[in-house]
Design a protein around this ligand. Structure first.
Ligand code: IPM
Ligand code: MG
Length: 359
């Protein structure tokens, strides 16, 4: 197993260190794991003047999987768009064709009271959001800001342009991932669109309907994205698998993560057609707590578990890591993001060490 380790910025390196300890245990137990690290995001910009240097992209392309931390920070906010740290993750997704983003939102029983929603609404929640990553308004052309800024108090005529763009091939392959995932779960797929307003989303719905007969064992429903945002809060357990485009999936998956109490708990997988993948926490680089040793490393550790399941086909190893995480939580350990006001707060390292000891 050749794994590219791209820790990135902010809390990325701190939480990655804990995930690497987990891989060390597996290596001691006999798994043939080879890791190689490279700079990415702001850290790469500082060193090489580009957030995704050619050497980093090449390492990702030559590895079986990428374990990714997080990128970005206020230090880079003034940079031109092509040099922003976010370009690194967008470039990796596009260049490696990691089109299928799996974002589970499940509630650990140990944390059922960490959500802002009533416990009965979220107890036992287990949904999977599948987000398309290579198309949509993220990459559509034309894009840009045109026109002139007004001078001397006159009104400018600037126009900001982005384009929602989806090809049939892009929609088809992600809808298939949705159906296949639903087939392995509770056989219900909800396709998210905005066909009442957007042509690109009419095509999305048409294609979902066309593909459905290939999966007679899966129940397909459709929901407009605004209603889906509301239903996720009203009654999230009505969902099994949701499939959405790049933009709507981005928004809904942040929303869904909060049903589970903490965005610090959730991993994700971004897969290509052959099962190669990039694995990263759903959360960002959290610059406000970076360097303090207090970030929750569990999303990064659970990302390594997803990597074992989806790229290396080792569900037992994945389950072993997940069980160790559950035991660390059951032992009462809480980082700041999941601790109650009166609870002692564990450090990043303490949490990682606990997972390692249960492993
Ligand atoms: C995510 C993030 C990224 C996205 C940003 C950092 C570019 O929000 O992975 O959800 O919008 O896809
Ligand atoms: Mg996001």
């Amino acid at each position: 197993m050749k794994i590219a380790v791209l820790a990135g910025d902010g809390i990325g390196p701190e939480i990655m260190a804990e995930a690497l300890k987990v891989l060390d245990v597996l290596r001691r137990d006999g798994l043939k794991i080879e890791t190689e690290s490279a700079l990415v995001g702001g850290a790469a910009y500082d060193e090489y003047g580009h957030p995704l240097p050619a050497a980093t992209l090449q390492l990702a392309q030559q590895s079986d999987a990428v374990l990714f931390g997080s990128v970005g920070g206020p230090k880079y906010d003034a940079l031109p768009r092509e040099h922003r740290p976010e370009k690194a993750i967008l470039g990796l997704r596009k260049e490696c064709d990691f089109f299928a983003n799996l974002r589970p939102a499940n509630v650990f029983p140990e944390l059922a009271d960490a959500s802002t929603l009533k416990p009965e609404i979220i107890a036992g929640l287990d949904i999977m959001i599948i987000r398309e990553l290579t198309g949509d308004i993220y990459f559509g052309e034309p894009r840009g800001i045109t026109g002139h800024r007004g001078v001397n108090g006159e009104l400018g005529n600037r126009v900001g342009i982005n384009t929602m763009h989806y090809t049939e091939a892009q929609i088809r392959r992600i809808i298939h991932v949705g159906f296949k995932t639903a087939r392995q779960r509770n056989k219900r797929l909800c396709s998210i669109d905005k066909m009442n307003v957007l042509e690109a989303m009419q095509l999305w719905r048409d294609i979902a309907i066309e593909i459905a007969p290939e999966y007679p064992d899966v129940e397909l429903t459709h929901m407009l994205v605004d209603n889906a945002a509301m239903q996720l809060i009203r009654n999230p357990k009505q969902f099994d698998v949701m499939v959405a485009g790049n933009m709507f999936g981005d928004i809904l998956s942040d929303e869904a993560s909060m049903l589970t109490g903490s965005i610090g708990m959730l991993p994700s997988a971004s897969l290509d057609a052959a099962g190669k993948g990039l694995y990263e926490p759903i959360h960002g680089s959290a610059p406000d707590i970076a360097g303090k040793g207090i970030a929750n490393p569990l999303a990064q550790i659970l990302s390594a578990a997803m990597m074992m399941r989806y790229t290396f086909n080792l569900p037992d190893v994945a389950a072993r890591i997940e069980t160790a995480v559950r035991k660390a939580l059951a032992s009462g350990l809480r980082t700041g993001d999941i601790a109650k006001a009166n609870e002692a707060k564990a450090s990043t390292q303490q949490m990682g060490d606990a997972v390692v000891s249960f492993l």
